[in-house]
Design a protein around this ligand. Structure first.
Ligand SMILES: *Cc1c(COP(=O)(O)O)cnc(C)c1O
Length: 433
């Protein structure tokens, strides 16, 4: 399978190039040149297939022959080392729990698949690969942990100082080894801009083997499609229409869901649920896409003012606004709505939402109000303990810390502080050679 840039369909590269470049040279995002529909036999047996087998079939469908079958199987098995269970919390309302990985958030899937692929590609050359990643919280911890001690790779995480939770911060600032954390005086959007600038810089490109692990990397998206299939498999053939509500920031998860639908998964509708950073819901209402600086919320992994995967969504629909509206509805919620619903759901169902899942739940319930026979699934993207203070304030009860997190909390943070000026980052990168 080849991949094209959203800015220029005739610019086509191999999987290897798309994954190592991350962003296309013309600043576009890579898309698979085809998203084939999976065979009927796959869907007939879907509810019996193990998660790893589903992942392999889906990956093979999007990647083709670029990776030998046994290697691809190994990479998918390495990616799926934990389940994504579907939990019914009310009648026909399901939570797809994506937080059972090592850093307790869905980004573990993308990070592990990417590290598997890059490990495979690094094997075929001899220059160290530097992974440059901007994070508003969860990406940094997932990528740092996914690549920790992977030979031939070095990870540099940029994050906005004071704008990620303590637990998140500890997960990527305490590892050491091949992981370096840069604490930036600025917002997540500044961090994302710095990473984009680094990739456009000729001198850096010449001297370093730079690659990205942000959700712009196509290798992050591919495994995110796996769990939409796995979720539907777990419904065991319920005949109702299926809607997915996706709490969104950069819209990688939602784009992966749209891929799944293109591959033939019978999803009736997607809900794009955001916090106050409602750029995409506003677009769906007004047809005007107007990025603006992000504002801080309690669902901070979704505090994104210029969602990068929007370009992929437009590309998938070839700018056909009406076709997009058939598949996607938007909605957005305040922090107050979010806290209230966390408290209410805990009271009524004894289910503890995290602030991101809560936004997804809100979007789902709003949709179900006018579509009562639908089966609704929202993505629960992080374990509530990652946002302990907010969650405990809402449910008025302690959330116990799992042991795998406690290990991080006991370690000491090591960071390098930089301003949001690109020249400072560039100097740091050149000195790190
Ligand atoms: C990254 C993240 C999101 C947003 O996902 P996108 O794919 O960027 O839309 C939502 N929830 C959590 C917990 C996250 O870490």
């Amino acid at each position: 399978m080849n991949y094209y840039s959203t800015n220029n369909k005739s610019h086509r590269v191999s999987l290897r190039e798309a994954v190592i470049q991350g962003l296309a040279p013309d600043n576009g995002l890579y898309m698979p040149e085809g998203i084939p529909v999976l065979p009927a036999s796959f869907f007939e047996s879907l509810s019996q297939l193990p998660f790893q087998e589903i992942g392999f079939q889906v990956a093979k469908n999007l990647i083709g022959e670029d990776i030998p079958t046994n290697e691809l199987k190994r990479i998918v098995d390495h990616t799926i080392q934990f389940d994504a269970p579907l939990v019914e919390i009310e009648e026909n309302v399901f939570s797809l729990e994506l937080f059972h990985g090592p850093t307790l958030a869905f980004k573990d899937f993308g990070a592990r698949f990417l590290s598997g692929l890059l490990g495979y590609f690094a094997n075929q050359q001899d220059k160290e690969i530097t992974i440059l990643v901007a994070t508003s919280g969860d990406t940094g911890s997932a990528v740092a942990n996914g690549f920790f001690n992977v030979p031939g790779t070095k990870v540099i995480v940029l994050y906005p100082s004071g704008k990620v939770s303590d637990i998140q911060e500890k997960q990527f600032t305490t590892l050491g080894g091949n992981i370096t954390a840069l604490e930036i005086d600025g917002t997540f959007d500044d961090c994302q801009r710095l990473v984009k600038q680094a990739f456009m810089d000729e001198e850096l490109k010449r001297k370093l083997f730079l690659t990205s692990a942000n959700s712009i990397n196509i290798a992050r998206l591919i495994p995110q499609s796996f769990y939409y299939f796995h979720a539907v498999a777990q419904l065991k053939g319920k005949q109702n229409e299926i809607v997915f509500s996706v709490p969104s920031g950069n819209f990688g998860n939602l784009t992966a869901g749209l891929f799944a639908k293109r591959m033939g998964l019978p999803i009736h509708k997607f809900v794009a649920a955001t916090n106050k950073n409602d750029i995409v819901p506003a677009y769906l209402k007004t047809k005007i896409f107007s990025p603006r600086p992000s504002v801080q919320t309690i669902s901070n992994a979704m505090d994104v003012g210029n969602p990068s995967n929007f370009a992929r969504i437009l590309d998938l629909y070839q700018n056909d606004f009406d076709a997009l509206l058939k598949d996607l509805v938007g909605c957005h919620y305040s922090d107050e709505d979010t806290v209230n619903i966390m408290s209410q759901v805990f009271k009524n169902s004894k289910y503890c939402l995290d602030p991101h899942g809560a936004v997804g739940y809100l979007g789902l319930k709003q949709y179900l109000k006018s579509h009562s026979s639908t089966v609704g699934i929202f993505l629960e993207t992080a374990h509530p303990v990652k946002f302990k203070d907010v969650v405990e304030g809402a449910i008025r009860q302690m959330v116990p810390i799992p042991e795998r997190l406690n290990v991080f909390l006991k370690r000491e943070k090591h960071t390098i502080r930089l301003t949001s000026s690109f020249s400072e980052l560039k100097q740091f990168l050149l000195l790190s050679l």
